[in-house]
Ligand binder design. Structure first.
Ligand SMILES: Nc1nc2c(c(=O)[nH]1)N[C@H]1C(S)=C(S)[C@@H](COP(=O)(O)OP(=O)(O)OC[C@H]3O[C@@H](n4cnc5c(=O)[nH]c(N)nc54)[C@H](O)[C@@H]3O)O[C@H]1N2
Ligand SMILES: Nc1nc2c(c(=O)[nH]1)N[C@H]1C(S)=C(S)[C@@H](COP(=O)(O)OP(=O)(O)OC[C@H]3O[C@@H](n4cnc5c(=O)[nH]c(N)nc54)[C@H](O)[C@@H]3O)O[C@H]1N2
Ligand code: SF4
Ligand SMILES: [Mo]
Length: 789
């Protein structure tokens, strides 16, 4: 094994057999680290002085990002070294959070959860998983074990304020909720982007370092870009055509485009035809969604809708891609489904230049093509409002009521385990959730900050900063525009008194399931809170290998799992699990089956990553629908179409609100870094000049914004980069609650946009919150009228 911080005075050859960390001088050295600050996963070269990261540059030799870096990545050191990051666990004593040892903290977790489970059963423990779980190894490897161990149905994640509609659409179309096609940015001739602003977000469900450069390259090679967004975003400014749609109506626009494809006989499935079921039924189902019928609801003229459909059909290759603005709306699942439907109808699904399915290095070994179990929705329902589960989750919007509302059936949630989650700011009606969390019998947060959500914890377990954590992108490699694998060991050794987040979560699993892991006899014997956390990894390894040797298509079919486990390398439990997943994966060494295949050692020997080539067509192999085909018109979708038909007649009569992201921000947790705040990164309300005049507000005025869930005040920024009738406020702000420790963020707290929502508006199939296209009223803040008091 290679040392983690081996001193070397030699320049490191790119891709040579060296550690990802390399000393350059005695007290200043460089180390490589994949950036965890957005989905683009750029490779960074960090300069480290002592234990401090003093500089971050793009790693020019990174096989995927090739040196790209954005201003946020360049501030990696500032974010990593934020003095407000907690260094030790906090445990509530006599109502106050106080510093404690790790042992005291885990004792308190075991005791707190045990009482709730023994009194009320496992469903009384709510698990809340936030976005940064997809940016850490710990978040990929341990929450599934925690869920299985606890057996609770009270599972809430950031997915239901984000991309759940896309999972549901993929589950229904392909039988696998995680099988999501990504636009082939490097080869497409035409791109239609809806509700996405990758020039600020750097892309989502489409992992592409230098997304902006890729869009410019598309144009430079003669390709065309269309952007559908109610705002004239930086991405829209790059487009050949910008369609300033009315928020919430993308599904109508897309349905009308599908209608045109059928009507004008532009449908051509190409090589996809043998793998698709239901095209004729779909043609029937979109009857009535004519461009003329959709035009007024979308506020896009019928001619433009027809042109969009014709351009898509005429392009040699094209991809339709929709993100936040197409998901977090009342018809999010239908819009997500129609995005893929258009790719199918134009023959662009699963072909180079279109939308393809990545194959990541830690995908399970592909099984042979054939029928699967399909995807079910609503296997159980939430206790209070009866929301159907989707992908094993209940809507995050329903978390507050699941805590604060008693009904005849079942017990309310009495304890919460929150990992990397700040729902008080990221979910609807933060005030209600804030109160609900404050009423819990027990709460544990795994979070680097004492913030709006974690301030309610009885135990707060802080992970180390990213420089001290190893990294592998389990989640984002499955959405990457090029297949590749990269591993960064920790760039800085774990500081004294810190605990790796992987160990924190492994210990949390043990503490939370102290009444005996239900899984196996080994588990029971390792079983208890306080046991060696590597026992959790050993258990997962045993189970995974035990299953693999029984699968005929596995490279280890018929082998001895004990012998395979003994062959694993890696200095820690999570590294051994990564090694196992790589070896069993589609490019893996297969425990001797393919000598040149991937292993952890191979990744360590290639510190800038291993390129696994461009995306390739994969159908029908990954399909898991009961038919083994793409099922173009699934039942639940057909059942939701009448609601969309109704929407043809809807016209909002007032202002509606949408969100926006700023390049130097990331949801709720980067506002504490001075280098990333200020300038244009402020919580202001964007409004069109005509609307500002009508409301009677001038640039810089404070305005009161009122929605179904409450009201907030924010300064106004008048801009014609937003369509009339629409205002925009960013999310993740509202850092003005007492008892937090985010000193810089508190100086300019901004307003919590989600306070305007009451949590009742959901996309019914996915349970996803409606965050965009929400009706609001405005009044000048300095001249309150009686009606608004
Ligand atoms: N109105 C509106 N609301 C939105 C959105 C919107 O567009 N508009 N976007 C939604 C989307 S897409 C998302 S993903 C959600 C995000 O919602 P959340 O996941 O709830 O919020 P985040 O701000 O991403 O971060 C969650 C927490 O993770 C902590 N954290 C940071 N790094 C780490 C780490 O390494 N380990 C651990 N354990 N914790 C860490 C942070 O301190 C923070 O407390 O917000 C959603 N809310
Ligand atoms: N800098 C930065 N990067 C981030 C994040 C961040 O907070 N800051 N968050 C990360 C996360 S968690 C995610 S999920 C991704 C999200 O990545 P993106 O989806 O690219 O996110 P946004 O920038 O919010 O873009 C959504 C766009 O949809 C538009 N929109 C709103 N309503 C509608 C509508 O009804 N129809 C259409 N067509 N458009 C609409 C908005 O005006 C906005 O421009 O970004 C990630 N990257
Ligand atoms: S684009 Fe994303 S991953 Fe790349 S440097 Fe910026 S924040 Fe980091
Ligand atoms: Mo997100």
């Amino acid at each position: 094994m290679l040392g983690r911080s081996r001193a070397s005075t030699q320049p490191q050859p790119p891709g040579g057999p060296v550690s990802r960390t390399a000393d350059t001088t005695a007290d200043s050295r460089t180390a490589l680290r994949i950036c965890p600050l957005c989905e683009a996963t750029c490779g960074l070269t960090l300069t480290i002085e002592g234990t401090r990261v003093t500089r971050a540059r793009g790693d020019r030799d990174d096989v995927f990002s090739k040196g790209f870096i954005c201003p946020k990545g360049a501030s990696f050191g500032a974010a990593d070294g934020d003095p407000d990051r907690l260094r030790t666990p906090l445990v509530r004593k006599d109502g106050e959070l106080r510093e404690a040892t790790w042992e005291e903290a885990f004792d308190a977790v075991a005791a707190g959860l045990r009482t709730v489970v023994e009194t009320h059963g496992p469903n009384a423990v709510g698990i809340v998983l936030g976005n940064p779980n997809v940016h850490t190894m710990a978040g990929a490897l341990y929450p599934p074990v925690l869920l299985a161990g606890l057996g609770t149905r009270s599972v809430f994640t950031a997915s239901t304020v984000d991309q759940m509609p896309k999972h549901v659409s993929s589950g229904l179309l392909y039988g696998d909720a995680n099988l999501i096609p990504v636009p082939d940015l490097d080869r497409a001739d035409h791109l239609l982007l809806l509700g996405a602003n990758p020039l600020e977000s750097n892309g989502s469900l489409c992992t592409a370092p230098d997304f902006p450069g890729k869009l410019k390259a598309l144009k430079a090679r003669g390709g065309t870009l269309t952007v559908v967004d109610p705002r004239l975003t930086r991405t829209a400014k790059l487009a050949d055509r910008h369609v300033a749609i009315r928020p919430g109506t993308d599904a109508l626009l897309l349905a009308a485009m599908a209608y045109v494809l059928f009507e004008e006989k532009l449908v051509d499935l190409g090589e996809l035809a043998p793998h698709v079921l239901g095209a004729d039924e779909l043609a029937e189902a979109v009857q009535g969604f004519t461009p003329e019928a959709a035009a007024e609801a979308c506020d896009v003229d019928a001619g433009t809708i027809r042109a969009l459909a014709r351009e898509l059909a005429a392009a040699p290759t094209a991809a339709v891609y929709g993100r936040i603005g197409s998901c977090t709306v009342p018809h999010g699942t239908l819009a997500s489904w129609l995005v893929d439907v258009l790719n199918v109808l134009t023959g662009n699904l699963d072909r180079p230049g279109g939308a393809l399915f990545p194959l990541s290095a830690t995908d399970k070994t592909p099984r042979p093509a054939g029928p699967g179990h399909g995807f079910q929705l609503g296997r159980w329902h939430s206790r209070v409002s009866g929301h159907p589960e989707a992908k094993g989750e209940l809507p995050l919007s329903a978390l507050a009521e699941e805590i604060d509302t008693a009904t005849g059936e079942g017990t309310p949630v009495r304890a919460v385990i929150a990992v990397a989650a700040n729902p008080v700011l990221s979910a609807p009606d933060g005030d209600r959730l804030d109160k609900a969390l404050g009423s819990l019998d027990f709460m544990v947060s795994v979070d680097p900050y004492l913030n709006e959500t974690s301030r309610h914890a009885h135990v707060l377990l802080p992970p180390p900063p990213p420089s001290q954590a190893p990294h592998f992108d389990f989640a984002f490699n499955a959405f990457a525009v090029r297949n590749q694998a990269r591993y960064s060991p920790a760039a800085v050794p774990l500081e004294e008194g810190r605990m790796a987040e992987t160990e924190i979560l492994a210990r949390l699993v043990l503490a939370a399931t102290d009444w005996g892991l239900p899984c196996s006899s080994e588990a029971e014997s390792l079983g208890k809170h306080g046991a060696d956390p590597s026992a959790v990894d050993a258990m997962v390894i045993d189970q995974t290998l035990g299953k693999a040797v029984r699968e005929a298509h596995s490279p280890v079919y018929g082998r001895d799992p004990g012998e395979l486990a003994a062959a694993l390398t890696g200095g820690t439990g999570p590294e051994r699990r990564l090694d196992m997943m790589l070896r069993l994966g589609p490019y893996g060494e297969g425990f001797g089956a393919r000598a040149d295949g991937l292993t952890l050692e191979k990744l360590l020997a290639h510190p800038h990553g291993v390129d696994l080539g461009p995306l390739r067509p994969r159908l029908p192999q990954p399909l898991k629908t009961p038919s083994g085909k793409v099922e173009l018109l699934p039942g639940p979708i057909a059942g939701d179409l009448p609601r969309l038909r109704e929407a043809l007649r809807e016209r909002p009569d007032g202002l509606v609100l949408v969100g926006r992201r700023h390049l130097r921000s990331n949801n709720s947790w980067l506002h504490n870094v001075p280098a990333l705040t200020g300038g244009t990164n402020r919580c202001t309300l964007h409004i069109h000049p005509d609307d500002a005049a009508r409301v009677g507000i001038a640039d810089g005025d404070a305005v009161r914004i009122k929605g179904a869930g409450g009201e907030v005040t924010a300064p106004v920024e008048i801009t014609d980069a937003i369509r009339r009738g629409v205002v925009s406020l960013p999310h993740g702000w509202g850092h003005d609650r007492p008892g937090t420790r985010m000193s810089h963020a508190a100086l300019d707290p901004g307003a919590n946009v989600n306070q305007l929502l009451d949590g009742s508006q959901l996309d019914p199939l996915s349970g996803n919150a409606v965050l965009n296209g929400v009706p609001v009223d405005l009044v000048p803040a300095l001249a309150p009228t009686a009606a608004t008091l």
